[in-house]
Design a binder for this molecule. Structure first.
Ligand code: SAH
Length: 233
């Protein structure tokens, strides 16, 4: 059974977009995942097909209407009742690799993409929707966030990355950043590959990598270090 991605968007032409290329694109062709878009505007009921309105209380921009969103979400839920519905919003819980792993292990995901100022908040009270952020940045729409989330899921699907990389040694998997990589030439602009990596001593290499992963995490991502390792110090 393949992983079903359903994207609720005002811009269906943005999908599969970059996910139609390279690793994800090949997996799509091979049927390892499917990409279905739902045009939110199809669920507007007035003759102008209105999906947004001005913010209550005043202010700039437009807000996506709860009734239109609900009809689009209900349509997706009917088609994929067991897929979680994730709304892309900077107000959501920051996505983690652990959550991506859970999603990739499931049957698929329905992704709701915002535009303008975002969603009428009542949609989150009225429907079972997980609010997800892809980082402390503001995008112009949920579509690039959806592409990012789906890309992270797809590469973990069985057979997509190949046997060589199970992904378990990568950044975040152990609550650590990954160690740094090097490749030939051994010397580039006077800089050499660390001696230990050329030693052929696998135990030493593993120890060096572990040390670098820990040091780099502590330095670059004290938040991550604290969260995963802080209590154990
Ligand atoms: N007014 C909103 C931002 C709206 S940006 C606020 O300040 O919170 C327009 C849309 O882009 C959002 O509805 C959301 O779907 C998407 N978006 C923007 N930044 C995002 C982020 N960091 N993570 C996920 N989605 C994001």
């Amino acid at each position: 059974m393949s992983f079903a991605a359903t994207i609720l968007t005002l811009y269906p032409e943005m999908f599969p977009g970059p996910l139609g290329i390279s690793l994800a694109g090949r997996a799509l062709e091979e049927g390892k995942w499917s990409c279905e878009t739902v045009q939110i505007r199809d669920f507007a009921q007035d003759k102008h097909r209105t999906v947004d309105d001005t913010p209550a209380g005043g202010g700039a921009g437009m807000v996506l209407k709860a009734d239109v969103l609900a009809r689009a979400v209900d349509h997706a839920l009917e088609r994929h009742p067991d897929s979680p519905v994730l709304a892309m919003t900077p107000r959501g819980k920051p996505i983690t690799q652990a959550r991506i792993r859970e999603l990739a292990a499931g049957q698929g995901v329905t992704v709701l993409c915002g535009r303008f100022e975002g969603f009428d908040e009542r949609i989150f009270e009225g429907r079972p929707i997980e609010q997800v952020s892809v980082g402390d940045i503001v995008l112009s729409g949920g579509e690039p966030a959806a592409l990012m989330l789906l890309d992270a899921c797809i590469r973990l699907l069985p057979g997509v990355m190949g046997a060589a990389s199970s992904g378990t040694e990568e950044s975040f998997e152990e609550g650590l950043l990954e160690y740094p990589h090097y490749t030939r030439p051994v010397e580039w602009e006077g800089r050499t590959i660390p001696e230990v990596l050329r030693s052929g001593d696998h135990a030493k290499i593993a120890a060096w990598r572990k040390q670098r992963a820990e040091d780099d995490t502590r330095l670059r991502r004290p938040d991550l270090w604290e969260r995963h390792w802080g209590a154990r110090d």
